[in-house]
Write a new protein. Structure first.
Length: 211
């Protein structure tokens, strides 16, 4: 597991912890995949079980494009590209080291996507997606997660869906209720290994949408 020094740099532009690349292999949705991970990036040296569950549960059938918000070293985006060839994929992360890894891991696994370094709320102005998939930064605090929900609702097209995973013991039930305040239809698609995956659609108009 990552140490505390790593954790403090997940949400910074340039992690200060020294680079220490580690290879990870995993089979997800029947795909044999290989990744390079690193310190200062979420889930260094292992496949995060919440992200794995999300990757296994997300259904992007019929979508033309999707956003992997907080892509880290690229698990979600790579699995999406392998599972739905032809899907246009955008991967974004504020952590530049994570984005470098994501680009390398896309190439490593023979798929392509657009990777953008920066805050999704700033760098995706004017863009919309059929699906937004996110393992939100619970460790950054609930307010950060609610901000992701709010902005994801704005990024979705009318028929789009927002897929999110949350840790059961870290307020997943409450976050599910918060999703219901923002979307007309919220479904719990999986509950396993201490995680819950939600699918939300039909963004509800909110007074603060103009912020």
């Amino acid at each position: 597991m990552a140490d505390d020094a790593d954790r403090t740099h997940y949400f910074t532009t340039r992690p200060e912890v020294p680079s220490e690349p580690r290879e990870v292999e995993a089979e997800v949705r029947g795909h044999r995949l290989s990744f390079i991970t690193d310190r200062g990036v979420f889930s260094c040296g292992r496949v995060d079980p919440g992200s794995r569950l999300l990757a296994e549960q997300m259904d992007l059938s019929g979508a033309e494009d999707m956003l992997d918000w907080g892509c880290g070293w690229g698990l979600i985006g790579v699995v999406a590209a392998k599972t739905w060839p032809g899907l246009r994929i955008v991967m974004v992360d504020i952590n530049e080291r994570a984005c470098e890894l994501a680009r390398a891991n896309l190439q490593r696994n023979g798929v392509a996507a657009e990777v953008i370094a920066g805050d999704a709320r700033d760098v995706l102005t004017g863009r919309h997606f059929d699906a937004v998939v996110c393992n939100p930064p619970i460790s950054a605090g609930r307010r950060a997660v609610l901000d992701v929900m709010d902005h994801a609702a704005r990024l979705l097209r009318d028929a789009g869906s927002f897929w999110m995973v949350a840790v059961t013991k870290k307020g997943a039930k409450t976050l599910g209720r918060k999703l219901e305040e923002r979307f007309e239809d919220v479904q719990l698609t999986a509950r396993r290994g201490g995680f819950r995956v939600f699918r939300a659609s039909g963004p509800i108009g909110r007074e603060d949408d103009a912020r």
